[in-house]
Design a protein around this ligand. Structure first.
Ligand code: SF4
Length: 225
């Protein structure tokens, strides 16, 4: 029986192949000045058919060293929070707004974000997540297109059109912020419970029904990073 196609008109296998191609394009990217100071591009990793995609800000020192997103203590907390709602990293895809580490962990510059944006949009388009969880102020403002700060909007789902798809966006505190202020860990846990409930909901209006019909396949993106 032919493999079902989804919103992109591609089969799940074709979407994964295309994502691998985008990874190969990104890994030698020289499109912004961060290419000169990074150790390696941190493309993101996880399940290419994930219903839930996390978007953080950018790689830190450890991520830059390992080539993987959300490693170190913030990554451990993310793993723990996922475990709390019955998920692992193999169930989700984790990426950042910007794929190369800004020196000294400074904020990415607008030109850098603009140069890197097509990679993120390709990831959303090809993974076809139903829910995007933004981690922290920076990713939240960029993805929602709103100046509203994370402390105001966290934990309440929004609906946005991203990369041509209608998706739920769930703004969350950044795990690193919760590590700095331990009382925020409980807030993050509560918001992860809301995230789990959101995953049980029907896709937001405007989403392509076929996107819901795609069969998740085993993670083969361990190579990303
Ligand atoms: S940050 Fe993005 S645009 Fe800039 S060099 Fe890295 S991958 Fe390319």
């Amino acid at each position: 029986m032919p493999e079902a196609t989804t919103a992109t008109g591609l089969t799940a296998g074709q979407r994964r192949e295309r994502l691998v191609e985008v990874y190969h394009e990104a890994k030698d990217c020289q499109k912004c000045p961060l290419a000169a100071t990074r150790t390696q591009v941190v493309f993101g990793n996880g399940n290419a058919d994930a219903e839930l995609m996390f978007i953080g800000e950018g790689p830190g020192a450890e991520e830059d060293r390992q080539g993987l997103p959300f490693v170190g203590r913030a990554g451990q907390l993310l793993d723990e929070l996922l475990h709390g709602i019955g998920l692992t990293r193999d169930d989700v895809f984790v990426a950042n707004v910007i794929k190369c580490r800004p020196p000294g962990n400074r904020d990415p510059q607008p030109a850098e974000i603009e140069a890197c944006h097509p990679y993120l949009m390709s990831q959303v388009e090809l993974i076809e997540p139903r829910v995007i969880a933004t981690l922290g102020n920076f990713a939240t403002k960029l993805i929602t297109g709103s100046p509203a700060g994370i402390t105001r909007v966290r934990g309440t789902p929004q609906v946005h059109e991203i990369a041509g798809r209608t998706v739920f966006v769930m703004p969350l505190l950044h795990p690193a912020a919760a590590l700095r202020t331990p009382s925020l860990v409980a807030t993050l846990r509560d918001d992860f419970a809301s995230l789990a409930a959101l995953l049980d909901q029907e896709p937001p209006r405007g989403a392509t029904p076929a996107a819901m019909a795609s069969e998740p396949e085993p993670d083969q993106l361990g190579l990303f990073g």
